[in-house]
Design a protein around this ligand. Sequence first.
Ligand SMILES: C[S@@+](CC[C@H](N)C(=O)[O-])C[C@H]1O[C@@H](n2cnc3c(N)ncnc32)[C@H](O)[C@@H]1O
Length: 336
Amino acid sequence: MHAFIPAEESSSFLVDELSRAGISARINEPFVLADTLPDPAILAFAHQTLPNVMLITEASINGWADHIIAAMLAALSDDQPWRLHLWPAYGEGKAGQHRCELILTALTERLKKRRRSLLRSWQKDSDITQSGEALVQAVLTGPDAGFVSATPITQELRAILSNHIAGYIPHAEDKAAPSRAFAKVIEAELRLGCQIERGQTCVDLGASPGSWSYVAIQRGAHVTAIDRSPLRDDLMRSPRLKFIQADAFKFKPETPVDWLICDIIAAPQRSIDLLLEWLREKQMRRFIVTLKFKGTDEYHLMDQLKQEAPPLCADFRLTRLCANKNEVTAFGLTAE
Ligand SMILES: C[S@@+](CC[C@H](N)C(=O)[O-])C[C@H]1O[C@@H](n2cnc3c(N)ncnc32)[C@H](O)[C@@H]1O
């Protein structure tokens, strides 16, 4: 069995999404459970996946540590680097957090005594996941119950495995940005493990008032911003910004750019067609594109993107970001 953590208020959309992939799933708050993983493993409405999850009923702290070690021994190869996400999904107070800390201490003690090779391959420092790593997840749904999952982070699974606990990324804050929409770019970069960098070229479609361009300019990128309306005055004066007042759907760069970032308000099918066209024509190396929905009856349109985009990409993601409203963001790296 596999457990999924839905994006905020998206459990039923996730069940529908799995159903469209031929997978029957059920809601078991705060999770969605299913017997099969989707192929391709892309789920717009899941923030995290616990593959091959074991349901645990366990009152003792040492017992929890033993269950985690057993799951690791079953799933990890020798010396495989691994990362642990251990968190409580019950109660509002600190009791769950405290229980997790006790389990962590017990786990560390047991590894020191009995499994020093596992202790050595434990990755604790950076939250950027390296290829070849495994993800070990233990979530307490109550003091004596929860789920444990251990899985290698394979190429096939990486779009549904987050390197953030429960797939949650807090909304970035920057009062100097023209709008809070800038948080979408930051979150997509964090999920992808790759960010806009100094000297890179960037096309921002539907750019006004300019918070996505603002992020790119702050990073030292050169931005071509296209919108019907100008961006905030200070951005319009930036030597790193070229503004073109035009229809963003008709714009194409003269040479391929490092980043396509696109937050146009448009029907989702138009944004899907735009992204696929840019991908087929190899106009960009990386991309972040928002799909904006009205209501809930057009989510099936994303199925086309799931089929057609991955073969054109080295890494393709589709996620309702924590910073998204009724939106889903497509982001990734194009094929070389
Ligand atoms: C949500 S706003 C973009 C916000 C921007 N990413 C930011 O963070 O400041 C959407 C923008 O798309 C622009 N837009 C919609 N249709 C467009 C089109 N066909 N061509 C150019 N811009 C368009 C709107 O003018 C609007 O400024």
